[in-house]
Design a protein around this ligand. Structure first.
Ligand SMILES: CC(C)(COP(=O)(O)OP(=O)(O)OC[C@H]1O[C@@H](n2cnc3c(N)ncnc32)[C@H](O)[C@@H]1OP(=O)(O)O)[C@@H](O)C(=O)NCCC(=O)NCCS
Length: 157
């Protein structure tokens, strides 16, 4: 059994932040800044962030979608699912829930073709196809010293 909860920072349960940090560090490429509990607090403090968290039957956090509204209808987000729980529809469920909260979603992703490694030395897979399947369109490309990022956008019709 899997369920999704909508929480603010102060509603996160004990153990959630450890799980969040661990998923962040193992599922994103090593070129993305490593997160610690302290840098997590810095990243979210004084910001109105909504956390959509997926929990397994033991109530452990196995995935998250972090959403920050820039106005009433528009939000930026980032998400990740624990390796063991990927390709089971959880990411799509989180996206579906996020779409109910705002009219427009924006994110930055790593485009296909960038050869980036994860913490365990396996190759990072671009999520572009995942977002295409979830009805996102492609926006602008941003090039940085650490690599390229592609904007993905969803707008309610
Ligand atoms: C991308 C991610 C959020 C998708 O979540 P998920 O729960 O694995 O996805 P779902 O099971 O809902 O959907 C998977 C579908 O997307 C496709 N897909 C394309 N690229 C994918 C990718 N990199 N990872 C997973 N699925 C991908 C799958 O083939 C699958 O299609 P199918 O249903 O036709 O078989 C998750 O794999 C993840 O955390 N990846 C690492 C971190 C990351 O890249 N986050 C996104 C940046 S904001």
């Amino acid at each position: 059994m899997m369920h999704i909860e909508l929480l603010t920072f102060s509603q996160l349960k004990r153990g959630d932040i450890e799980k969040y940090v661990s998923i962040w560090n193992s599922e994103f490429p090593i070129t993305i800044s490593r997160l610690t509990k302290e840098s997590f607090y810095k990243k979210v403090q004084n910001k109105e962030i909504i956390f959509l968290v997926a929990r397994n039957k033991n109530s452990d956090l196995v995935g998250f979608l972090e959403l920050q509204k820039i106005d009433e209808n528009v939000a930026w987000f980032i998400m990740a699912i624990h390796k063991k729980y990927q390709l089971k529809g959880i990411g799509s469920k989180l996206i579906k829930k996020a779409k109910e909260l705002v009219k427009e979603l924006h994110g930055w992703i790593i485009p296909p073709g960038e050869c980036l490694f994860k913490q365990d030395f396996s190759l990072y897979r671009s999520p572009l196809l995942f977002y295409k399947k979830n009805d996102f369109a492609i926006g602008k490309m941003k090039r940085t010293k650490k690599g390229s990022y592609l904007e993905i956008i969803w707008k309610r019709e």
